[in-house]
Design a protein around this ligand. Structure first.
Ligand code: GDP
Length: 205
């Protein structure tokens, strides 16, 4: 799959106001500063599609983009801002889980994890909740250019180890670098496969 068009569609705070679920969709989520905007822009091959480094505490929005006029990509607000109020945290949780659980065209949720760190509790908790609720997700390890290959592999292995202590199977995983454009081909191919399986589901009905 190559990207020939990438456009912003709409931002909102409520899953019920998202575009009609008539196209397959993938969404991106992760801790603030994990490299989500950079990765979305790199994958889309468009510099300013997703805004980089959103300010903590600012209105948190579900942002829809349309790619190649046949698939939605969704930039979800990140978790783990240190300086947000209890109330903002509650709002985030409600909005995100409503979206994740109710969005019927969501093919996979890309959970972004910084490849420089050992497994972090906040990421593991989020991933475990996805597993418990049976939400299809994929892990994208970001910023792999910032460490040696050995360090990145050690962190990814540790994630696998910790997940296998609790789950029988592992989700799909990809290493990425927005700077070196690593992972782009593989992830676009993966999305293409998801798109194909969406079409199959539709024709079966
Ligand atoms: P977001 O808050 O998750 O959207 O993160 P951003 O995309 O704004 O990235 C946060 C910071 O990490 C910025 O300074 C980026 O330039 C940097 N960054 C993001 N991705 C990469 C990457 O793949 N490699 C390197 N070296 N830096 C990155």
């Amino acid at each position: 799959m190559e990207i020939y068009s990438a456009e912003f569609v709409i931002s909102n705070t409520d899953v019920s106001k998202c575009p009609k679920p008539s196209l397959p969709e993938v969404a991106f989520i992760g801790r603030s500063n994990v490299g989500k905007s950079s990765l979305i822009n790199m994958l889309a091959n468009k510099k300013d599609l997703a805004k980089t480094s959103s300010t903590p505490g600012k209105t948190q929005l579900i942002n829809h983009f349309i790619l190649n006029k046949n698939m939605y990509w969704v930039d979800l607000p990140g978790y783990g801002f240190a300086k947000v109020s209890q109330n903002q945290r509650r709002q985030w949780t409600k909005m995100i889980w409503n979206y994740i659980e109710q969005r019927e065209n969501l093919m996979t949720l890309f959970v972004l994890i910084d490849s420089r760190h050992n497994p972090q509790a906040i990421d593991l908790e989020f991933i475990n909740s996805l597993g418990e609720k049976g939400i299809p997700f994929t892990i994208l390890f970001t910023k792999t250019d910032k460490s040696t290959q050995k360090e990145v592999s050690a962190n990814i292995d540790e994630y696998k180890h910790q997940l296998l202590e609790r789950w029988e199977t592992l989700p799909p995983m990809f290493g990425t670098s927005a700077i070196k454009r690593n992972g782009r081909k593989e992830i676009l191919k993966f999305m293409d496969e998801l798109h194909g399986s969406w079409k199959n589901t539709k024709t079966e009905i």
